[in-house]
Structure formats: C-alpha cells, structure tokens
Design a protein around this ligand. Sequence first.
Ligand code: URA
Length: 239
Amino acid sequence: MKLVKLLANLGYGSRKDVQRTIRSGSVTDLDGNVLGDSDLPPVETILFKGEPLDPPFPLVLVMHKPEGYTCSTDDSGDTIYDLLPNRFSLRNPVLSSVGRLDKETTGMLLMTDDGKLLHRLISPKHHVPKVYQVTLDRPLEGHEAELFASGTLVLRGEEQPLLPAVMEATGEKEARITLEEGRYHQVRRMFAAAGNHVLELKRVAIGSLALDEELEPGEWRVLEPAELALITGNPVPAA
Ligand code: URA
C-alpha cells in the first residue's frame, strides 16, 4: 500500500484509482520496471505514466499571480488553483496559498503544503517583510511615509493600530511599501487612509527574495531551498 498511499496523497487519484493504475503497469522506475502496490523507491525515481512525480511534502511553489484570479479554493470565478495541475488541489496535506493577494493584485505568491512554514511566513511575530509596488491615482503628498511608519495608524473598522511600515516614493504617483503583516486589503486601505487610491498593486518580494522576472503572470515553479532560505533567513543545510 505504500506506493498507493504516496500517489493518492499527491493527488493522482483516489486510493482505488491509483491502485488500478499501478496494477495496469503504468507506474515504473526510471528503467521501466513496473512497480507494485507496496514498493516505495525514492520518489525521484518513480514515473507515473512515463512522467516524473510531483515533489512530495514539503512542497513550496512560487507563482506570478495574474490579475483577475482569487486565492481561494471555492470561488466560482478564476482561482490560482486553475493555474496548477488539477491534482495539486487534491494533495494531502492540502496546498494553500501563503496569505492572500486580492483578485486585482499581481505578483509574487507562495504556496505550500507545510502548515508550520505557512504560519512562520504569515505571522507578524516572525517579521517576514512583504514588499509591494504601488501605482496611485493621485500624487503623493509627502506625509505618507511618516504616517505609515508611525505604528499608530488604525484602519477603518479596526481597533489595533498597524505595525510600522516602510514607504519609499519611487515616482510622483508610485511607491514601494514594505509590510510585516497582511491584513485584509491592507495596502489599499492604508493609502485610502492617507487620502489616495491604489490603481495597481504588485507584490515584488518576500523576505530577501525578489519576484523572478522570468516568471510570466500565471506561471509558477517549485521554489529552490536556497530561495526559501532568502525568505525565512534560515541557512540551507549542507547537502
Ligand atoms: N494589500 C492589499 O491591499 N492587497 C493585497 O493583495 C495585498 C496587500
């Protein structure tokens, strides 16, 4: 049952489905030897219908989220899961987005099946900076950076002040802002509190890792351990 369990957990089908596929001889090693239900060679040596298996737990993906997609599993419109193979939404443990970007926000999005890592990356306690590039409707007035850095700004409908955030003007109507928390529509609401309106919002970095410019909107790939280390600040263990 070992191989059956692995394949079912990776979303290749129900246990019954994958058992059938294994028994039909479609799961092999790299030399084409047919594997049985209880075999479990190293995951990277298993081929499912001739294709390498998806990486097992813990998986971390980086995606360039396009505009118009929600970070939700149960939205009737386009969701980030539509950009991945269907089996990725059937994985156990589940693959979740690390925090959310609004439907109209683009840029760097991480997804993982590792609950501990997810918590570490989104909890304000761990101070993982998230960097956004913002295009505004009106010119900056000059008071925004101080307001956002104050640690006293309370968003409408909330009681707890925001943690201090760093804002740098990058143009008359453009700014780069770094947050260590992720409240609902936070950047848009911060600029609304400063009397402006966000026209475009893109997440350009998480921790010290910038969005890979080679990833086009809608594209994704598995994150390298060294890249994850740039986000968590943890050194990569020697191979
Ligand atoms: N702040 C927002 O307003 N929206 C996002 O998607 C992320 C941060």
